[in-house]
Design a protein around this ligand. Structure first.
Ligand code: DGL
Length: 285
C-alpha cells in the first residue's frame, strides 16, 4: 500500500463538550460513508458555554492530542463554543486539516423575509470575537437578536429532550426572538438540533430553523479531497465513541444517551485521563 493510501485510510476525529456534536457526526456519516469516525464527548467538562476561553483551549488541546494519538488524519471541532475559543490555537499547533463551526448567520440573513434573525447559542459563543465579527459583517443588513441559552446544554446532556424543564427554558429563550419579529432562527450550538421538535413546536411552523451540521460535513469532504485524504474505499466506515463523566453511574447514563442520539452502530468507551495528552503535539502532527 502506498503512503498516501495509508493516510487516507486513517480516521476523522470529531469532538464536542459533550453529546451535541453527534448532530454534526450524523451529517458526516451520511456524506462520507467510508470514513472511520472517532468521536470524543467531553461531558464531564460540559457545558463549555460558561467556561473561560483558557479552560476551553486546554480541553480542546487535550481532545485534539488524544484523537491525533488514535491516528486521526483530520479534526472537526463540532462545537461552536470551542471553535470560537480554541480553533486558532489548534491550527497554530497542528498541520492536519481542522474544520470548525460558527452560527450560520450568513444563510439566515439570506433566508429572512421579516428582516429579523434570531440566534440561539451559548454565552461563550455570543461573547466571542468571532461572533462580534459576524454581527459586524451581517448585522447591517438585518436585525439580529440573540439569546444565550443558559442551562439548555445541561438538560440535553441529561437526555432530557422533552421535559417540563427543557420546554420551560426553550420557551423563555424563543419567546423574545418571536416578539422581536424573527422568522429565521439559527441553532448556534450543536446540542440544539436534538431539541428541534420542541423548538419547532414552540416557535411555530412558519419559523425557519438553520443548522450548520450539513455545511460542516461538506467542508470536511472538500478539505479531505484537497489534501488527498478522502477515503475512497467501498467498505463502510466504523464509529468509535469516547466519553468521560464524574462517576460510573453517570458514565452508564451517557453511554445510553450516545447510543440513543447516534441511533446506529458504534462502540462507546471511557475517555482516558492521561497527562500525556496535555502535552503539546509533536511537530509531524
Ligand atoms: N455543543 C456546544 C456548542 O456548539 C455546546 C457548548 C457547551 O458545552 O456549552 O457550542
Amino acid at each position: 500500500m502506498k503512503k498516501d493510501e495509508l493516510v487516507s485510510c486513517r480516521a476523522v476525529g470529531v469532538f464536542d463538550s459533550g453529546v451535541g456534536g453527534i448532530s454534526v457526526l450524523k451529517h458526516i456519516r451520511q456524506l462520507l460513508p467510508a470514513e472511520d469516525l472517532l468521536y470524543c464527548a467531553d461531558s464531564r467538562f460540559a457545558p463549555y458555554g460558561n467556561k473561560s476561553p483558557e479552560v476551553i483551549r486546554e480541553r480542546a488541546t487535550y481532545l485534539a492530542n488524544f484523537l491525533i494519538a488514535q491516528g486521526a488524519k483530520a479534526l472537526v471541532v463540532a462545537c461552536n463554543t470551542a471553535t470560537a475559543a480554541a480553533i486558532e490555537h489548534l491550527r497554530g499547533k497542528y498541520s492536519l486539516p481542522i474544520i470548525g463551526m460558527e452560527p450560520a448567520v450568513k444563510p439566515a440573513v439570506k433566508a429572512t423575509k421579516t428582516g429579523v434573525v434570531g440566534v440561539l447559542a451559548t454565552s461563550g459563543t455570543l461573547k466571542s470575537a468571532q461572533f462580534a465579527a459576524l454581527l459586524e459583517s451581517y448585522g447591517q443588513e438585518v436585525k439580529i437578536v440573540t439569546e444565550a441559552c443558559i442551562g439548555l446544554v445541561e438538560c440535553i446532556e441529561r437526555g432530557e429532550l422533552d421535559t417540563p424543564e427543557t420546554r420551560g427554558l426553550l420557551k423563555r429563550y424563543i419567546d423574545p426572538l418571536l416578539a422581536a419579529g424573527a422568522d429565521t432562527v439559527v441553532l448556534g450550538c450543536t446540542h440544539y438540533p436534538f431539541v428541534v421538535p420542541l423548538i419547532a413546536e414552540l416557535a411555530g411552523s412558519q419559523i425557519t430553523l438553520i443548522d450548520t451540521g450539513a455545511a460542516v460535513a461538506r467542508q470536511l469532504r472538500k478539505r479531505l479531497e484537497e489534501a488527498g485524504l478522502l477515503n475512497t474505499g467501498q467498505a463502510e466506515g466504523k464509529n468509535l465513541f469516547w466519553l468521560n463523566r464524574e462517576n460510573s453511574h453517570e458514565l452508564q447514563q451517557s453511554t445510553e444517551l450516545v447510543a440513543k442520539l447516534w441511533g446506529g452502530e458504534g462502540q462507546v468507551v471511557p475517555l482516558p485521563v492521561s497527562a500525556k495528552y496535555m502535552q503539546e503535539p509533536t511537530p509531524e502532527n
